[in-house]
Design a protein around this ligand. Structure first.
Ligand code: ADP
Ligand code: TRP
Length: 356
């Protein structure tokens, strides 16, 4: 592997502390974080986006526990503080300071058209707060304050990375500098895992417990959730995966197939895709080749494979849970390191924009 310009690229990503890490997080993002911390081309930082999580509905009683749990899970999943800077966003107030400066550069119309803003303001229609709208600007600050160049995320976050590129460009142009890089999203082969209960939507904590598999779910829970997964009842793949993806990009009236059919097809392909990821070579293909798909075999096999894959994770999580202070200390030490870069960036920004 070559290291371009003898310099490592800065890689940064974050996750909100709003529940347990699930399989969608893993296949879309976390898997890459764990892999890329060993890649000599990248200098990695991963953080817990606690400021971001305040824009959702939440009970303040839960937040401290959620932050500690996500930290514990990131370590259990294999992130290693020797290889990757781990920190908590709110330990670095410079992130929010830079966000304010970026607010003055970001057109309101860009934020109003963000898909996540539209979805979330529908989901929590009694709490459409400014944080929901401003969310991508804080994300741009998270990335650019560390001069992030590569941002490993799932597909749903690509639009936010694109906004980050706009913000970097607006800043550089307004102040006549070439200061912030334009970061690129870094996707896995499965940038969108589907929900088990509504396969037309992405797997997400917000769709309820049955819709996702948490990495910490015990084997019996995994089996139960997979048994309940929505999929085409006859076990027939009437569309190829490519045809399905193509149809789903079209507006409802141009699809020519009803939603239930599409949901069923999306559900089967989601299970097949999971077996490809977590099973052995050829296992998934055998089911595709011998239709009707025998769910009675596919589902228990898939549940077993997933449970096996995360057995170590469950074990490490249990071990780490006995030492919460150690976990917190690791993130505090990372924050100290990350804050140095953030401070330096803010000093330079304050001078450039004319307030120092
Ligand atoms: P959630 O949507 O469940 O709240 P987060 O917003 O905390 O999850 O996502 C953390 C990371 O995991 C992001 O990079 C996001 O793009 C990725 N991710 C979340 N859900 C999925 C999914 N279903 N498929 C692929 N990637 C996902
Ligand atoms: N918005 C991301 C999510 O919900 C989390 C996040 C916050 C993030 N800041 C970031 C991801 C910066 C990448 C880079 O998943």
């Amino acid at each position: 592997m070559t290291i371009s310009n003898n310099r490592r690229k800065t890689l940064i990503s974050g996750i909100q502390p709003s529940g347990q890490v699930h399989l969608g997080n893993w296949v879309g993002a976390l898997k890459n974080w764990v892999r890329l911390q060993d890649d000599p081309n990248y200098e990695c930082s991963i953080f817990v986006a606690d400021y971001h999580s305040l824009s959702g509905d939440y009970d303040p009683q839960d937040k401290r526990r959620q932050v500690l749990e996500i930290m514990t899970e990131l370590l259990a999943a294999g992130l290693d503080p020797e290889k990757c800077t781990l920190f908590r966003q709110s330990d670095i107030p410079e992130h929010t300071e830079l966000c304010w400066i970026f607010n003055t550069l970001t057109p309101l119309s860009f934020l109003e058209r963000m898909t996540q803003f539209k979805d979330k303001s529908g989901q929590q229609d009694r709490n459409v707060n400014m944080g929901l709208l401003d969310y991508p600007v804080l994300q741009a600050a998270d990335i650019l304050i560390h001069h992030g160049e590569a941002v490993p995320v799932g597909r749903d976050q690509v639009q936010h990375v694109e906004l980050t590129r706009d913000v970097a460009r607006f800043y550089n142009r307004k102040y006549g500098v070439d200061y912030f890089p334009e970061p690129e999203p870094y996707l896995t082969d499965t940038p969108k895992l589907r929900s088990l209960t509504d396969p037309l939507k992405k797997m997400s904590k917000s769709l309820g417990e049955k819709s996702y598999i948490a990495l910490s779910d015990e084997p019996d829970v995994i089996l139960k959730k997979i048994k309940g997964a929505v999929s085409e009842t006859e076990g027939r793949l009437t569309l190829t995966e490519a045809e399905l993806d193509e149809l789903l990009t079209k507006p409802l009236e141009e699809r020519g197939l009803d939603e239930e059919t599409l949901r069923g097809q999306a559900g089967v392909w989601n299970l097949i895709g999971l077996l490809r990821l977590f099973g052995h070579e050829g296992e998934a293909q055998r089911f595709v080749d011998s239709q009707p798909i025998r769910y009675g075999e596919l589902k228990p096999l898939l549940a077993e494979r997933i449970a096996e894959r995360f057995a170590d994770f469950r074990e490490r999580k249990r071990e780490l849970e006995a030492y919460p202070d150690r976990v917190l200390k690791i993130f505090a030490a990372g924050a100290e390191r990350a804050r140095e870069t953030a401070r330096k960036t803010m000093e330079e920004v304050r001078r450039t924009i004319g307030i120092r």
